[in-house]
Design a protein around this ligand. Structure first.
Ligand code: NAD
Length: 390
């Protein structure tokens, strides 16, 4: 393949936007009206076929204030997910925007009551919960889509297209992860910092995106074994730069999730996955993502992959007539609408009887790697990953 052909192969990835039939409205609710719920409500407000009917939050008055802030009227308010689902009988869809520790109970309760679910990432905290969610999905026959919006980003789609084109040959090694130097998140409180709300730290917040990026590109092979490491030297230190700069040194006392994690994972198909993620470290980056194949290699610039934003092009390392060459794949100029598409894709699937956009059958492997890293780190040796068949 000549260099220009390589570039042309990944053009025209943008899709036509469809007309939305607003004659029948879907009844939608939001469970958990914190930070990410803001992105959900912004997108729902753009959908002419959505009627926002209810919101719930454990914190008294929070859902009411949220609705007011976003100018949403005629919604009912509830004290938690059960209260909302028990009282709203004709719901079509809920967005579960709660912290990680309540993902499973909210998703299972909604599915068991016949309601389709957009579940924020990470899927949940433990493999037991992941299995319970998948069982509920199966019994209900409803749609459950996990909230990885980068799947809809044009640059992220290019990665999968490049790998799936076969031009890299057999993939045998992947390095991914990345992270931040000073980036433990607490813009809206401490729900990311504690076991009782977050359950998992940097892996649940940003690591799961890096894993999804590469696993989705290579077709979500099953993870087989993992050697994992986790630490929290920064989050537990009152002198951590992020605390000192914001006057939150007291957060060091409550921090009890991981702020750094690494895993060496064997995947089905003889692929090695070398992964690390950081909320805080004494380094600028843990490196770019690289996907090595027998015919070519793909370099993906280290990025905050929650929004798919790269500031440098992808680079393919390959050979032409015996000469090693490097081909840059230009960044997409398509306007970003990943979060809109994450929600739209579920609404369309409900209306058209389509397939779930981001399926639990894939994301359970993502969860299994996170869970495996935590378990392996606890006992200090490699473990076999067991993924329940559901
Ligand atoms: N997709 C993204 O880009 C993105 C970005 C940030 C966060 N997230 C994910 O979204 C989730 C929420 O994060 P956040 O930053 O909005 O957290 P947050 O703490 O700001 O908000 C969570 C809210 O859920 C409420 N809640 C918890 N359990 C509930 C229940 N059973 N019923 C009703 N309300 C309940 C809490 O009271 C809280 O107000 C996390 O899982 C996080 O990983 C996704």
């Amino acid at each position: 393949m000549a260099e220009q052909d390589v570039k042309d192969a990944f053009k025209n990835l943008s899709k036509e936007k469809k007309e939305i039939d607003a004659s029948k409205k879907l009844k939608v609710a939001i469970i958990g009206t914190g930070w990410i719920a803001e992105a959900h409500i912004e997108e729902y407000k753009k959908m002419p076929d959505v009627e926002m009917v209810a919101m719930a939050d454990l914190i008294d008055g929070k859902a009411e204030a949220f609705a007011q802030r976003f100018g949403v009227e005629n919604v009912k308010f509830y004290k938690d997910h059960k209260d909302l689902i028990d009282h709203e009988k004709d719901l079509d869809l809920v967005s579960v925007c709660t912290y990680n520790q309540t993902h499973a109970e909210c998703a299972v309760y909604a599915l068991d009551h016949g309601v389709n679910v957009i579940l924020e990432k990470p899927m949940c905290v433990t493999m037991e919960e992941a299995a319970e969610i998948m069982k509920a999905e199966k019994r209900s026959g409803k749609i459950l889509s996990i909230g990885f919006q980068p799947r809809f980003d044009p640059n992220m789609k290019q990665i999968k297209k490049i790998v799936q084109s076969g031009m890299l040959g057999k993939i045998y090694y992947i390095q991914t992860g990345g992270g931040r130097r000073v980036g433990i998140p607490f813009p809206y409180g401490t729900s990311f910092l504690e076991q009782k709300t977050a359950g998992i730290g940097s892996m649940g917040d940003i690591g799961c995106y890096s894993l999804d990026m590469v696993l989705n590109a290579v077709g979500y092979p099953k993870p087989l074994t993992v050697t994992g490491y986790t630490s929290n030297f920064f989050g537990t230190n009152p002198n951590y730069a992020g605390y000192v700069q914001s006057g939150h040194e007291d957060y060091a006392k409550i921090f009890n999730v991981e702020d750094f994690a690494a895993g060496f994972v064997r995947l089905e198909g003889d692929i090695i996955l070398d992964f690390r993620i950081s909320w805080a470290m004494n380094m600028d980056t843990t490196g770019d993502t690289i996907i090595l194949g027998t015919e070519g290699g793909l370099k993906i610039p280290s990025a905050e992959c929650y929004n798919g934003s790269f500031d440098r092009p992808l680079k393919i390392f390959h050979n032409i007539a015996g000469n090693p060459v490097e081909t840059e794949v230009p960044l997409s100029t398509e306007p970003e609408a990943a979060f809109y598409d994450k929600i739209r894709s579920v609404l369309d699937a409900i209306k058209e009887g389509g397939k779930t956009p981001i399926s639990s059958a894939e994301i359970i492997y993502n969860q299994a790697i996170i869970d495996g890293i935590i378990e392996s780190a606890k006992i200090g040796k490699e473990i076999t990953i067991t993924v329940p068949e559901i």
